[in-house]
Design a protein around this ligand. Sequence first.
Ligand SMILES: O=C(O)C(=O)C[C@]1(C(=O)O)C=C[C@@H](O)C=C1
Length: 365
Amino acid sequence: MSDEQARLGQLRVDIDRLDQEIMDLISKRAECAQEVARVKMEANPGEDVFFYRPEREAQVLRRIKESNPGPLSGEEMARLFREIMSACLALEKPMHIAFLGPIGTFTQAAALKHFGHSVVSVPLPAIDAVFREVESGAAHYGVVPVENSTEGMINHTLDMFMSSPLKICGEVQLRIHHHLMVSPKHQGQDIVRIYSHQQSFAQCRQWLDTHRYGIERVTVSSNAEAARRAAEEPGTAAIAGDMAAELYGLEMLATSIEDRPDNTTRFLIIGREEVPASGNDKSSILVSMRNKPGALYQLLEPFHKHGLSLTRIETRPSPSGTWAYVFYIDFEGHVDDAQVSKVLSEIDEEAVELKRLGSYPIGVL
Ligand SMILES: O=C(O)C(=O)C[C@]1(C(=O)O)C=C[C@@H](O)C=C1
């Protein structure tokens, strides 16, 4: 036996022993989660029990990232624990997560990043359908895109909050890499048409103008639909992400063709209940003000006065009248914080309407 074989043999014995220890510990952790489920059910007999605890999950993942000794990165370690918690939660209660489909979209990738792979993910054809599925109780939570770093806000999602009773329970960010892909069946053929979603075309505009100028661009309802068409139609390609490429067996002609290297989309988790404070939270509100001089100043002044950071403010046309506006505002803090409740009561005094959309942990992964 060579020296290399002897050393590898010993290291693999060590790895086998450690795997056994890790497995025993994960099993003990899973038993704890089962016990947690029993305690929750006994304490709330006959009631809707909330097994998923977003604030607790955020605290666990933050602690893992902070105390991780290496050599794996904090992100990588948190990703592993994300999956362990996902499997533990599935033992307590299998979660049904509605997302903007079809299967293979970036929204599905965001849902799996946030909840882990042990959930049942349910694709729906439109953002309002995701809201309805959660409102009716058919799904426990929903995942919808809300903003992209290149293209800005997804207005349809913002507008849904004007009428929906749902709460924002979390957020997750996903780096978006777009690839130009074709079916291996049609490799080598001239490409006469490229399919993609309108947002993806916008995020790759400069690359397309430089590298595929003059080729017809056809907008379809999702990247996954683009990939499905490219898999079937000779002479076509799709711009989509890794999940769609894998799903339809496409091969890459060019990878990461988005114009901005930091292209990121933020998604919201929507649910039916409010989330307690996790220690590092954000809140979202919708406000409509009277149409008078200084209205915007009056809206923003309490944030300045009480030292709260605004992370976003967007204006949307109000459904109640022409040239009337609603402000969608994200800021740091939780509604249970004293400063936040002072700000909200001051805004409430001046506003025509103030709707609290929820407080939720700032995305950890
Ligand atoms: O602490 C809880 O309430 C649990 O249910 C346990 C646990 C976990 O595995 O750590 C599982 C699911 C929840 O979403 C949060 C945490």
